[in-house]
Design a protein around this ligand. Structure first.
Ligand code: TPP
Ligand code: MG
Length: 556
């Protein structure tokens, strides 16, 4: 058998996980990788508009498929991708970032090359790029097979990005040793448990569940990215424990499930009764590890007694001051599903569809847009939510049965959602991808629309045009010129970017919005709708909230 090259082997080993796209921008140092993609069956290159977009797209893809490949070139390429990869780290997504670098021959000869700082130090970007990853490796023909196994194992074990460096010369050389075949991701066991710790942890959790009078559970996006949402859902459904999600975890479960009660975010919970249920619970079963950052807790207004929490992390369980180590989350959940008994479930607070407001001639605004959007989402669809005003509306909105959502609340890098929606749409095998984004976020990365058009994907995109960095205007007091945006005619963008058969429209009234929502249903192609939102909607928060949350009086 002919041995594959280092580049081809690495890619095919990653493809064996079930990855079928490489998001990237080519570069001369990365040609061995770029060329190899074309030789691997089932792997398609997606030529992104820039490396940051490619990283965001890979992030979106990994949310659906469980892992993704990102390919950039040395220095200029990898550094442009860094914000996106760091976001994948914050949101616990295994994105394999493969970077091409100058050949070892150039390095050994001490030659000076481009994309460097005019000296002969070649490894300085490795320190920077690897900071966004949990594992990294510089591949050679001799170490390739072992290192690729180590990198995959660790990225999956920690559910975080990995940084893989392949030089132009080494990328073209055959690997030495016996190639590993690999398994599709759902069949990979990410962590193994210590049996004694596992039995002790499961026994302790089961006892806490059995003793609780008012338990509540939460399932986080880590559970989803670890591929164990089904097990977590089975557990809370079997034990009949009410489940709340925090904003950062929006979309991880089917919100039509009987046990779902709504969004918990301290004083910003929705419906508001969720706050009482969570804060009066005598057991908080935290599956995945909730993040208590300010945007997830209504500006730290949460009042949670963490001694009542049972936290099931990917490889440890924390119950009050007891910590159980080396207990894999899938093993813990499987064992608990077998052990728990059904209990009666308290009545859930009222949490249904948003009220339909507005009549035909009314100008479009948030109050009449979101209820109409909610009624159009169907089972199997994914809603991609950008950071900004729309996130506050969409997080509180109950998703219809079978609809999932993706957001980036924790890292919150605006511009993420547009390329991420592309990655989501490319990863999904059925159902529609809906994107809701503010104009300020969208203008950062909207050149990815051209890439969507080129590859023929069919997202349904809503750009909310208020001419403002609205949410910043709200939290910084209104009227600062730095929050104003250029007056872009967004609905003309797909045409300019060469997208064919896209349904494009600008809607300013409720009647126009309703017409376009109907038209989208029967249109076999992408849709791109610019929805005008009055800037007066963005009213500043009370001064004391601004001060407490964002200015001088943040908590010490
Ligand atoms: C990369 C990045 N730069 C800046 C910010 C700060 N920021 C957060 S939200 C926001 C404004 C979003 O405006 P837009 O997308 O128009 O949404 P709106 O609130 O107006 O609906 C800004 C600038 C950020 N989160 N990420
Ligand atoms: Mg805006």
């Amino acid at each position: 058998m002919v041995q594959p090259t280092v580049a081809a082997y690495t890619l095919s080993r990653l493809a064996a996980l079930g990855i079928d796209k490489v998001f990237g921008v080519p570069g001369d140092y990365a040609f061995s990788v770029d060329d190899a993609v074309e030789t691997i069956d089932g792997l398609q290159w997606v030529a992104c508009a820039n490396e940051l977009n490619a990283a965001y797209a890979a992030d979106g893809y990994a949310r659906i498929r469980g892992a993704a490949i990102l390919s950039t070139t040395y220095g200029v390429g990898e550094l442009s991708a860094l914000n996106g990869v760091m976001g994948s780290r914050a949101h616990r997504l295994p994105v394999f970032h493969i970077v091409g670098m100058p050949s070892e021959r150039i390095q050994q000869l001490g030659l000076i090359t481009h994309h460097n700082l005019g000296d002969t130090r070649y490894d300085r970007f490795q320190e920077i790029s690897s900071a966004a990853c949990c594992v990294s490796a510089v591949l050679t023909p001799d170490n390739c097979i072992d290192e690729v196994e180590r990198v995959i194992r660790e990225a999956l074990r920690q559910s975080m990005p990995a940084y893989i460096v392949i030089s132009e010369a080494n990328g073209l050389m055959p690997v030495i040793g016996r190639p590993v075949r690999g398994q599709p991701l759902p069949r990979v066991k990410r962590q193994r448990s210590d049996p004694t710790e596992l039995a002790a942890a499961v026994g302790a959790i089961a006892a806490r569940i059995a003793a609780a009078q008012r338990p509540v559970a939460t399932i986080t996006s880590l559970a989803k990215h670890y591929g164990v949402t089904d097990k977590a859902v089975k557990l809370v459904a079997k034990a009949n424990i009410p489940v709340a999600l925090t904003p950062n975890d929006k979309g991880v479960l089917d919100e039509s499930m009987a046990q779902y009660i709504g969004l918990y975010a301290g004083a910003a919970s929705h419906p508001p009764a969720v706050r009482d249920i969570v804060e009066n619970a005598d057991l908080i079963l935290d599956i995945g590890g909730v993040m208590l950052f300010e945007l997830n807790t209504g500006l730290w207004s949460n009042v949670l007694d963490t001694s009542l929490a049972v936290c099931i992390h990917e490889n440890r369980v924390k119950i009050g001051t007891d910590v159980y180590l080396n207990v894999a989350i899938d093993d813990v959940l499987d064992a608990l599903v077998r052990k728990v008994r059904k209990r009666s479930i308290p009545e859930a607070p009222e949490y249904g569809e948003l009220e339909l407001t507005g009549s035909a001639d009314d100008p479009t605004c948030s109050a009449n847009f979101y209820p109409r959007l909610q009624r159009r989402l169907k089972a199997g669809d994914t809603l991609v939510i950008e950071t900004g005003t729309c996130m506050t509306h969409l997080n509180g909105m109950r998703l219809p049965a079978g609809v999932s959502a993706e957001g980036q609340g924790m890292w919150g890098s605006i511009g993420w959602a547009t390329p991420a929606a592309m990655g989501v749409a490319m990863a999904k095998t059925s159902g529609n991808t809906w994107l809701v984004t503010g104009d300020g976020s969208h203008q950062m990365t909207f050149n990815e629309i051209a890439v969507m058009g080129r590859y023929g994907i069919k997202p349904r995109i809503f750009v909310l045009n208020n001419g403002l960095y609205g949410i910043e205007d709200v939290i910084s007091e209104r009227g600062h010129a730095y929050d104003d945006l250029a007056p872009v005619n967004y609905h003309l963008v797909p045409e300019a970017f060469g997208c064919r058969n896209w349904l494009c429209a600008k809607v300013s009234t409720v009647a126009e919005l309703e017409t376009v929502l109907v038209d989208i249903e029967s249109h076999d192609g992408a849709a791109y709708i610019e929805v005008m939102i009055p800037d007066e909607e963005s009213q500043p928060l009370p001064d004391d909230v601004i001060d407490r949350g964002y200015k001088l009086r943040t908590p010490r």
